[in-house]
Design a protein around this ligand. Structure first.
Ligand SMILES: *Cc1c(COP(=O)(O)O)cnc(C)c1O
Length: 289
């Protein structure tokens, strides 16, 4: 379905690393959501006419599900608990993209969905077993690259939301160490997510954190600074929700660079349309050095 995404080599803050460009995987899918929803593109669902899911009105998963539904000819209804008035009146980013793909947004619980029997329900953020299918393909691409380039030992880093991507990646890369950090909840939340998907602790990635608490979606000058620096030093745009924390955690654990390190770019750049103006308004005089 997807051609293998490239792996490129860069230097950031004096550290050499490899970058898996899953942001380039597909024009319309958002990075790791293309991996997670691969299963639903690849298999037949003859009776399904409608897909439903839930989460935040700006999520990358929502946008990718609107792409999936459009490709499969399914209706798509998405449930949010609440929605900022500004976004409703000025659709942009993932929300605007999903609307353009025909999404119907409902404010309310997914339990209130019409009980038609031809519905496919997808969990928030794709936190479900079917995601393993596409993430295994990602793991296989990495193994092939390792063989081709004689990279035997490898550390892998990627920031987590639900932890689904990091978990299945570690499960299918038994010769690599996968490291991740929680961006949405804390360490305990992430651990719980791993266990719900996979009881075998040997398959769990290693969780790294910073000492300070971090709130998802909140604006931090440190996050904006490192995001700008990445752009300046390597010329790649990262997402503003997960990657800035990911990079801060990784740089705080620089022992990971003692082996070749592969960072997974999980896409999500369309979401920057809502985050970037917020950062620019709040920190317009930020020191970009
Ligand atoms: C969804 C997403 C994540 C989190 O992925 P999980 O599998 O939920 O951990 C990280 N980065 C980006 C850019 C995403 O869109």
């Amino acid at each position: 379905m997807f051609p293998s995404s490239p792996i490129e080599e860069y230097v950031f803050e004096g550290h050499s690393f490899y970058l898996k460009r899953d942001d380039l995987l597909h024009l319309d899918f958002s990075g790791n959501k293309a991996r997670k929803f691969h299963y639903f593109l690849q298999n037949k669902f003859p009776h399904i006419t409608k897909l439903i899911s839930y989460g935040s009105a700006q999520s990358n998963a929502m946008y990718s599900l609107s792409v999936l539904s459009k490709m499969r000819g399914w209706k798509f209804e998405y449930f949010v608990e609440h929605m900022a008035e500004y976004l409703r009146e000025n659709p942009h980013g993932n929300y605007a993209g999903a609307l353009a793909n025909g999404m119907k947004l409902t404010i309310g619980s997914i339990e209130s969905a019409n009980n038609e029997d031809n519905i496919l329900t997808i969990e928030e953020g794709g936190r479900q077993k079917e995601s393993e299918y596409g993430i295994k393909v990602l793991a296989q691409e990495i193994v092939e690259w390792q063989i081709k380039n004689s990279v035997d030992e490898l550390n892998i880093f990627l920031p987590s939301g639900t932890g689904t991507t990091a978990l299945y990646l570690q499960k299918h890369l038994s010769n690599c160490s996968v490291y991740t950090c929680p961006c949405v909840g804390d360490e305990h939340y992430l651990k719980k997510q791993f266990i719900e998907l996979e009881e075998n602790l040997n398959y769990h990635p290693t969780i790294l954190t910073l000492d300070k608490k971090h709130h998802f979606g909140k604006l931090y000058p440190e996050n904006y600074k490192i995001w700008l620096k990445l752009q300046q030093q390597i010329g790649v745009e990262f997402d503003l929700l997960y990657d800035p924390l990911g990079w801060r955690v990784l740089l705080a654990h620089s022992e990971l660079f003692s082996k070749p390190l592969l960072y997974i770019h999980q896409g999500g750049v369309l979401g920057n349309e809502s985050m970037l103006p917020r950062y620019e308004r709040k920190y317009k005089d930020i020191n970009k050095d």
